[in-house]
Design a protein around this ligand. Sequence first.
Ligand code: NDP
Ligand code: 8X3
Length: 252
Amino acid sequence: MENKIALITGATSGIGKACALILAKMGFDIIATGRRQDRLEDLGKELAPGVRFLPLVFDVREREKVGQILGSLPSDWSAIDVLINNAGNAHGMDPIQTGSLDDWDAMMDINVKGLLYVSKAIIPGMTQRNSGMIINIGSIAGKEVYPNGNVYCGSKHAVDAITKGMRIDLNPFGIKVIAIHPGLVETEFSLVRFKGDESRAESVYKGFVPLYAQDIADIVEFVVNRPAHVVLADIVVLPTAQASATLVNKNP
Ligand code: NDP
Ligand code: 8X3
């Protein structure tokens, strides 16, 4: 993958960080984004010497800034081959009748509109070059709905639909569009969802072996390595102990 460029959003932790590391090992030049500059600097230090690395600090919700930063990349960084739309999170887990508007805004603005803002900036280069790959990180929450998951599930169902729409519209340009929908992956996801409540977050992954960020990165490596005529369009990946969004075989 010499001289190929991958842009990964939300590369400061979890799935995005693991994807950045594996793509760098595969030989990609890496553009990594997120809000936490210190984390992006740490990622840069973890990369092997010689890996070309461009950290970009922005909030995917900031429409003008996203367009401005991604629309003015240096010329040797602008031809992006692989875009991983990964930045996202759940905020809160409340029934619809008591959910918070701020949480709902965060999930729709980051998971859905943020993905669109980034895609809007990157897709024109891909259509001009008639090549590229977009990997959207969806969720089992984009395939099923579970109690108190209402708006998060809505945001990930939107990612599922937008991915399908992208695949149809970008088909004439030879651009591969892929969705990876994980079940329970142990990352900072639950810490964010439960607003820093560590014991509640840890309890999500207790009593079974969850997925790890590396498992998703391994799938990304496999997907990216397929020959030109093959696209793994829609992938659901669960821990073996998980049968559905809500059915997990804990403490068997
Ligand atoms: P983490 O919380 O570990 O990582 C989330 C990443 O998203 C961070 O790098 C964070 O960076 C970035 N991010 C969040 N909000 C913003 C924002 N407003 N602007 C820019 N970047 C942002 O969680 P995961 O790695 O688990 O989550 C990654 C993706 O995987 C998400 O889309 C999530 O919905 C999805 N997913 C996760 C599952 C799980 O069980 N963990 C299962 C299925 C899907 P920073 O805070 O520095 O901005
Ligand atoms: C994250 C997985 O099950 O918490 O998307 O919705 S779940």
